[in-house]
Design a protein around this ligand. Structure first.
Ligand SMILES: [Zn+2]
Length: 124
C-alpha cells in the first residue's frame, strides 16, 4: 500500500522524536530514582550524551529547509511530528484543510500544520 510509505525526511523526524522521548525518560529516571543507575550498564550521563549525539547526526541528515523549521519548533515542544486524523491536527487540535488527503503528492513532501507549525502526517 502506497499510503504506508513515509517520506524519508519524515522518517528521520520520527526517529529524532523517538530519541528525544528516550532522552527525556532518562532525564526523569535520574531525577526520581538515583539508585536505579546501578542497573544500567553504562552511565546515565553517557547514555544521554550518546542520544544527543545521535539526534544531532540525524538532524544533520534533514534538508536545510526542514532542519530550519525543526530547530525553530523543537525547543518548544515534545513532539515535532503529529498525526492528522479526520482532518484534525493532533498537535493543536485545530481542524486543518485536508484537501491533500487525496493528493497524489502527499507523501512526496513533508507537510506542516499552518496553525501550530508541527510536521504532520495525514492518516486517511
Ligand atoms: Zn497543528
Amino acid at each position: 500500500m502506497s499510503n504506508t510509505l513515509l517520506n524519508p525526511q519524515l522518517s528521520i523526524l520520527l526517529e529524532i522524536q523517538d530519541m528525544r522521548a528516550q532522552l527525556r525518560e532518562l532525564g526523569s529516571a535520574e531525577g526520581s530514582a538515583p539508585m536505579e543507575q546501578e542497573h544500567f550498564n553504562i552511565d546515565l550521563d553517557e547514555a544521554k550524551q550518546h542520544l544527543e549525539e545521535k539526534i544531532g547526526e540525524m538532524v544533520g541528515e534533514l534538508s536545510p529547509q526542514i532542519r530550519a523549521r525543526y530547530n525553530r519548533i523543537a525547543p518548544n515542544r515534545d513532539r515535532v511530528v503529529v498525526p492528522v486524523i479526520h482532518g484534525v491536527c493532533y498537535g493543536c487540535f485545530v481542524s486543518i484543510p485536508t484537501a491533500t488527503a487525496g493528493d497524489q503528492g502527499v507523501h512526496q513532501v513533508v507537510r506542516t500544520c499552518e496553525n501550530c507549525g508541527s510536521f504532520i502526517y495525514v492518516k486517511p
